[in-house]
Design a protein around this ligand. Structure first.
Ligand code: URA
Ligand code: SF4
Length: 223
């Protein structure tokens, strides 16, 4: 394990210095990573969230899906994509002929970021900043290095920016198979919309059809 003395963001650490790096073990498998990630303090998001929501799935998975960050349900249960967006994603994957249980599912950011809405203090999702995304990047890099998927499905803008850079625009590349070098490895990526955007859409049925059509490209790429 890399035992650098952790700095505690929020105690005067400048935003530029946010990083999960000192917390990421330099060897071991997914269980080792998951255990270490539970104690990550690489950025301030760990302070208000319930727990780290690490990726889930087998190290042997051929398909790896990347979302944005855990939502309310995920934060409570400690697992990615178990709330409404996850249910919709599972349905879309199945319709595209992909088995959700065989995929490795994770997020660009591993802690839930939210604000409280009055009167009852309901927790409202807040988009992570670029700094928080890059701080959390070492966890995603470590997951990719272990799983070494045949294909990465990029769900929405945050995952796209985390993997392909801040100029990523989902509308420009959705449904297109991309080949890029990421962390020194040639990866195949298939960007599509985030399942939450389907849930928010005025025309949910056609938004779902679009997501399924993109995922069918992924299914064909996997053969
Ligand atoms: N949205 C995401 O991006 N990830 C989750 O795990 C749940 C909802
Ligand atoms: Fe660490 Fe990522 Fe959580 Fe920030 S969001 S504390 S970098 S696991």
């Amino acid at each position: 394990m890399a035992v650098t003395k952790p700095r505690t963001p929020g105690d005067g650490t400048p935003e530029d210095a946010y990083t999960a790096e000192p917390f990421v073990p330099d060897h071991g498998g997914l269980p080792t990573l998951r255990e270490a990630a539970a104690n990550c303090r690489g950025c301030p998001l760990h302070r208000d969230a319930t727990q780290t929501v690490f990726g889930q799935g087998a190290a042997s998975a051929r398909l790896l899906l990347v979302g944005e960050q855990p939502g309310d349900q995920e934060d409570r249960q400690g697992k990615p994509f178990v709330g409404p967006a996850g249910k919709l994603l599972d349905r879309a994957l199945a319709e595209a002929g992909l088995d959700p249980a065989e995929a490795y599912v994770t997020n660009a950011v591993k802690h839930f970021k939210f604000t409280r809405a009055e009167p009852r203090g309901r927790r409202i999702h807040k988009a992570p900043s670029l700094r928080e995304m890059s701080a959390c990047g070492p966890w995603l890099a470590a997951e990719l290095a272990i799983v070494r998927p045949e294909l990465i499905v990029v769900l929405g803008a945050t995952a796209g920016k985390a993997l392909l850079g801040s100029s990523f625009r989902v509308g420009e590349v959705r449904g297109t198979l991309l080949e890029r070098e990421i962390h020194g490895r040639a990866e195949r990526l298939l960007p599509t919309v985030h399942p939450s955007s389907v849930l928010r859409s005025d025309d949910r049925e056609s938004a779902l059809r679009g997501l399924v059509a993109d995922l069918e490209v992924a299914a064909r790429a996997l053969g």
